[in-house]
Design a protein around this ligand. Structure first.
Ligand code: NAD
Ligand code: DAU
Length: 339
């Protein structure tokens, strides 16, 4: 199969490309990535070296229709997996514009180009955040109404609606996946787990929003990648599939687990001003994906967090190299306002 993966220099996309190329000898991948502050070509340096004939990197924007048409024709692309997005909720609160440009307009441009360019299938990678927030009970199902609460999740919900419309209007073969919180190697250090690792390792204070009791369902990144692969290969056109890790944890428990793994004191924890519109709890019902695709997460949280901590310990150079000036500027201004 000849695949175009977008956002492949980000956290999940880079894990997906590495895993797919290792397990499918007949697969070639073109990785289209704009290399924003969150994209790092270095995250796939091993892949570039190992798969010279089967992997191509192209720097570009999913909102560039001409480039997309060229790539589809030049590489005979059969399917698109669209990971490319602006992904950090806090940044969307600070400035929603790039989220609308990439997540909404960019997705529509790529979708139109794929349909008119003869690409057979379009897999769109979405998130549980489009469903909004839960109380203490219940889980999100694929038929839970969308009720996004942040500019990020609203932009992802908008993209989901456009992908759905391409199926309903043109009969285009689209599949949408929605997953819970990922963790693992190569995650950018603005997200909870690598941020807390990075700060704790340097004996810096750990900013926990609100009361620390917001709950997320954590899935190890390669389990999510296997879910996306199953959706690509076995998903039904026009369908949505939820994926989760069956590992619901309050944030404070995640932070304490990390501190214990690093041998650092809990006195580093600081409860800071909450994120505006902070969703209280996410939990995923993924029985549809289990039944129709054979999806099941293989990691429990204890194993996943141990491997993640070890990876960050072993890859301190990667962690420091991705902290650009733009990254530091945002972090200083965002956390400066919450202290
Ligand atoms: P990330 O921020 O680590 O990576 C995003 C990548 O997209 C980067 O490499 C960036 O350079 C690229 N990109 C951004 N704008 C682009 C554009 N206009 N054109 C081309 N490339 C562009 O994100 P991630 O955490 O790997 O998330 C990947 C996808 O999975 C996103 O669509 C996200 O909404 C979804 N998702 C993430 C999670 C999670 O927990 N991280 C959970 C569920 C769904
Ligand atoms: O649920 C899937 C989503 O998970 C993805 O769609 C998003 O792209 C991804 O960023 C992630 O969103 P969250 O907002 O849940 O992830 P984040 O790592 O930013 O925060 C996780 C939880 O930790 C959340 O309740 C907020 C809290 N938090 C986060 C940061 C960065 C803190 O308490 N302190 C922090 O400094």
């Amino acid at each position: 199969m000849r695949l175009l993966v977008t956002g492949g220099c980000g956290f999940i996309g880079s894990n997906f490309i590495r895993d797919m190329l290792a397990r499918h000898d007949d697969l070639t991948i073109v990785n289209l990535d704009a290399l924003t502050y969150a994209g790092n070509r270095q995250s796939l340096a091993d892949v570039e070296a190992a798969y010279t004939g089967r992997y191509v990197f192209v720097r570009g924007d999913i909102g560039n229709a001409e480039l997309a048409h060229y790539l589809f024709a030049a590489h005979g692309i059969e399917a698109v997996v669209n990971f490319a997005a602006e992904t950090h909720v806090d940044r969307s609160i600070s400035d929603a514009a790039p989220f609308i440009a990439t997540n909404v307009a960019g997705t529509q441009t790529l979708l139109d180009a794929a349909r008119s360019g003869g690409v057979r299938r379009f897999v769109h990678v979405s998130t549980d955040e489009v469903y909004g927030t839960l109380g203490p009970e219940g889980k999100f199902r694929e038929d839970t109404p969308l009720a996004p609460n942040s500019p990020y999740s609203a932009s992802k919900a908008g993209a989901d609606m456009l992908v759905r419309a391409a199926y309903e209007t043109y009969g285009y073969d689209t599949v949408i996946t929605r997953c819970s919180n990922n963790y693992g190697p190569y995650q950018f250090p603005e997200k909870l787990i690598p941020l807390m690792f990075s700060r704790a390792a340097a004996d810096e204070p750990l900013p926990v929003y609100g009361d620390g009791l917001n709950v997320r369902d954590w899935i190890f990144v390669t389990d999510h990648c296997r879910g996306v692969e199953l959706a690509l290969l076995k998903g039904k056109a026009g369908e949505v599939y939820n994926f989760g890790g069956d590992a619901e944890k309050p944030n404070i428990e995640v932070v304490r687990t990390l501190l214990a793994a690093l041998g650092k004191p809990e006195s580093l924890i600081r409860f800071v001003t909450d994120r505006p519109g902070h969703d209280r709890r996410y939990a995923m019902d993924f029985t549809k994906a289990a039944r129709e695709l054979g999806f099941a997460p293989s990691y429990d949280f204890a194993r996943g967090i141990a491997e993640t901590v070890q990876w960050y310990r072993d890859n301190g150079a990667w962690l420091e190299s991705v902290k650009s000036g733009a990254y530091r500027q945002f972090m200083d201004s965002w956390y400066g306002a919450r202290a």
